[in-house]
Design a binder for this molecule. Structure first.
Ligand code: NAP
Length: 501
């Protein structure tokens, strides 16, 4: 069985914490084991700060962008191997695996281009210079410089490739070294990526480290120049935020957590119209892609009450065509959940939602593997606005006139979507729900190859207020701000102008 070590301080070392066996969630076959033994995380962070940081800061944005392009190229040349690992260790269908791996490559390439466009600078100018006094000599200019710490990235189990890349691309482009910690259960893909990058020596020493297995005391070792970007459950996010050193040293934290994403069908949409079919397609894709283990997946389906029966029967018809099984079989459209505990949580979550099951069940119907069927809940209780079931589960809710009051009961989300051609309805709903979201998706059948609301694009921000963690990632060059310190230069205009070039 493969032993997964961590890559810390520029070498492979036995990881910290209790050993953990990684399984194939479709067969429960053991695939790999994280290693036990104490890793010196303090020394690993110091190595990244002292060796990786200066090496990255010596490069221009264009040069850092070129590194990202090389990482993307390395992943592309090992794409088939990474897809196979995602199928085996993540329970992904081939299409799910491509979503993760190709999403990683695409995000790296997007940030490589941003680096290229930023050119030979090593820091960013923020806005125009400002005359501060009566004389033009007294001048101010905001700039943003890379922080001198480590970017610690803690990822959830569902996107081991994209989760690694979407965070690392932005930090490395900003000039900040990365220590990435994948979720243990699905760490094989991220581990293989690290092996590939270390073998090819693509990055300067210290620029990228990987911690496999338990995070141990990682968070408590962070200081004032470090940043921590976390993706995972709201509970873990809250624990990290409340760590003593995080509060004492104002460690900059970004949390991407739970979300009760809604999809709203407008009252103007006729059943069987192209808009209606798009709505059904996006709902079913979000329920079944990655077995619903997507933070952006539609959890609440809001439809006008006079069409709810029709929508229900159409969704049932589509869900009945989804073949659930071992994703190594090509005709399987939905694989298992990632772990036994994710399956138990999802089944318990369905019970917690209340209501009736219009489709699917939580009965176990296979001896091996963490499988469940897609589940469509009707007439759920209030828990539908409070509890995220992280699996192939969505609830159908009727609305009378204005769906906004239901949407915002999710208390802050990553994305909600609107399917309508009634401009007045769209405008009102966008204004009502936008402050509660990081993204609002306006579905339209004329958008060719629309990825649906569940796909996070590197050009747009990802994150959301409230329950979603209050964070923001990506968004093109906007994402760099998290890793950089904005500072105001105040003084003599010629001196400042020479300094900023
Ligand atoms: P989780 O249990 O909170 O774990 C997330 C990550 O945090 C894992 O890498 C985990 O490591 C690590 N971790 C746990 N305790 C930690 C600690 N004390 N210090 C530092 N790291 C710690 O979440 P999950 O079950 O993997 O993920 C599912 C949840 O993530 C869902 O609620 C979903 O909504 C959310 N999610 C959000 C987004 C988003 O972008 N907003 C994306 C994906 C998922 P181990 O695996 O080693 O325990």
């Amino acid at each position: 069985m493969k032993e997964l070590k961590s890559f810390l301080g520029g070498r492979w070392v036995a990881g910290g914490g209790t050993p953990h066996t990684l399984l194939n969630p479709a067969t429960e076959e053991p695939l790999a084991r994280t290693t036990a033994g104490a890793a010196d995380l303090g020394a690993a962070l110091a190595f990244a700060r002292d060796v990786g940081g200066p090496a990255l800061r010596a490069l221009s944005f264009a040069e850092r962008g070129a590194l990202l392009k090389s990482i993307a190229g390395a992943l592309q040349s090992s794409r088939d191997e990474l897809l196979e690992l995602a199928i085996a260790n993540g329970g992904n269908t081939r299409s799910d695996a491509k979503f993760d791996v190709d999403g990683a490559i695409g995000t790296l390439l997007e940030y490589s281009e941003i680096g290229n466009a930023l050119g030979s600078r090593k820091f960013l100018l923020d806005g125009e210079g400002i005359q501060l006094g009566r004389s033009a000599r007294f001048h101010g200019q905001h700039i943003a410089v890379p922080r001198h710490g480590v970017a610690v990235h803690v990822n959830a189990f569902n996107f081991p490739a994209w989760g690694f890349a979407e965070k690392a691309a932005v930090a490395l482009l900003a000039g900040v070294p990365v220590l990435s910690k994948p979720a243990t259960s699905s760490a094989m893909v991220a581990h293989r990526i690290m092996e590939i990058l270390a073998e090819k020596k693509i990055l300067p020493e210290g620029a990228l480290s990987l911690l496999v297995g338990s995070p141990g005391e990682l968070v408590s070792l962070l200081g004032a120049q470090d940043v921590l970007a976390f993706t995972g459950s709201g509970d873990t996010g809250a624990r990290i935020r409340s760590a003593r050193n995080v509060i004492e040293f104002s460690v900059r934290i970004n949390v991407e957590a739970d979300s009760l994403n809604a999809a709203v069908l407008g009252a103007d949409v006729e059943p069987r119209s192209d808009m209606y079919e798009l709505f059904l397609k996006d709902v079913v894709r979000d329920m079944t892609q990655k077995a619903g283990q997507k933070c952006t997946a539609i959890r609440r389906i809001l439809v006008p009450k006079d069409v709810i029966d029709e929508v229900k029967s159409d969704l049932i018809e589509l869900l009945a065509t989804v073949k659930v099984g071992n994703p190594a079989d090509e005709d399987v459209r939905m694989g298992p959940l990632a772990t036994a505990s994710q399956l138990a949580d999802a089944c318990e979550g369905v019970t917690r939602l209340g209501g009736r099951l219009a489709f699917g069940s939580t009965e176990r119907n296979s001896e091996k593997g963490f499988f469940m069927s897609p589940v469509l809940v009707e007439s759920p209780g209030d828990a539908v606005h409070e509890h995220e079931v992280f699996g192939p589960v969505a609830s159908l809710l009727p609305y009378d006139e204005n769906p906004a009051s239901l949407v915002v009961r999710g208390n802050g989300g990553l994305v909600s979507s609107i399917y309508s051609e009634d401009q007045a309805f769209i405008e009102q709903l966008v204004m009502d729900i936008a402050p509660h979201h990081g993204r609002v998706f306006l579905g339209h059948p004329k958008i060719e190859l629309s990825p649906g609301p569940g796909t996070v694009l590197p050009q747009l921000v990802h994150g959301g207020p409230g329950r979603a963690g209050g964070g923001e990632e990506l968004g093109g060059p906007r994402g760099l701000a998290f890793y950089m310190q904005r500072v105001a230069l105040e003084g003599s205009r010629p001196v400042i102008q020479k300094l900023i070039g």
